[in-house]
Design a protein around this ligand. Structure first.
Ligand SMILES: Nc1ncnc2c1ncn2[C@@H]1O[C@H](COP(=O)(O)OP(=O)(O)OP(=O)(O)O)[C@@H](O)[C@H]1O
Length: 239
């Protein structure tokens, strides 16, 4: 799909999400207005339960909003049916989660290869592993890799299809300080070198220094949007 570079990648207006849990309605997201521009690096902050994952999952087409409008370029993600959302995710979105979700019986290379079978224009698998600094570990199984290395395989798997969007939910949540920085460095490099529009959820406010913009959520609402005058490299962050 050719896209107009002046259009935001995402345009959300009045976005809301209510979950029904038994007889109770849980309002996870309320009235969110948001534009995300191509190539932006956005950090989502907020306390537990503030709606960060809900927002990311809606942007990634894993869930559908209950109210409001959401466009990915010109595609209406609220009106899209299951089939169109699956296609949207497959073609355009890479996901990275706190836990790496690698298949234990497959090597790093094979875990990444799984995705290329269904991608339209994947990069060579070894290029993806090289971008995350894991060329030397291509034939290792997850159990032979550290947590940070497994997360980097997960990032290679997310980017091998050249997605326009990379969505990361607590990517360093299970990692120690130094390893977390290494993983953030890989995510920043992908954003810079491939121009992948990137959103990262974190509980760690120090990570916000890496972002172009920092969106703070509270009680399902956008509380604050701040723009950093310049982005810091992960090595310059401390927490
Ligand atoms: N599938 C669901 N069914 C019912 N309630 C849900 C569901 N998913 C999320 N919620 C509720 O929606 C609210 C927002 O949850 P969400 O996971 O988006 O928050 P979060 O900011 O990502 O939290 P955390 O930092 O703990 O991951 C919470 O009150 C949560 O309990």
């Amino acid at each position: 799909m050719p896209v107009d570079p002046l259009l935001p990648v995402f345009r959300a207006r009045g976005l809301g999400k209510t979950y029904r849990a038994g007889d109770v309605d849980v309002v996870a997201l309320r009235d969110v207005d948001l534009d995300v521009m191509a190539g932006e690096f956005v950090v989502l902050l907020g306390p537990s339960g503030s709606g960060k994952s809900t927002l990311l999952n809606i942007l990634g087409g894993l869930e559908v909003a209950s109210t409001g409008s959401l466009h990915y370029f010109e595609q209406d993600l609220i009106a899209a049916g299951d089939k169109a959302l699956t296609r949207y995710r497959r073609e355009h979105v890479g996901f990275v989660f706190q836990f790496y979700n690698l298949i234990p019986s497959l090597t790093a290379h094979e875990n990444v290869a799984l995705v290329t079978d269904i991608a339209t224009d994947p990069m060579p698998i070894d290029d993806a592993l090289e971008r995350v600094g894991l060329s030397a570990r291509r034939d290792h199984f997850p159990s032979q890799l550290s947590g940070g290395e497994q997360q980097r395989v997960a990032i290679a798997r997310a980017i091998v299809k050249r997605p326009r969007v990379l969505l990361c939910d607590e990517p360093t949540g299970a990692l120690d300080y130094a390893t977390g920085k290494l993983v953030l460095d890989v995510i920043a490099r992908v954003n810079r070198e491939l121009g992948t529009t990137t959103l990262v959820i974190t509980h760690n406010a120090s990570i916000a220094g890496m972002a172009d913009r920092v969106i703070s959520l509270g009680d399902g609402r956008v509380q604050k949007i701040e723009r950093n005058a310049h982005r810091l490299a992960p090595a310059e962050l401390s927490w």
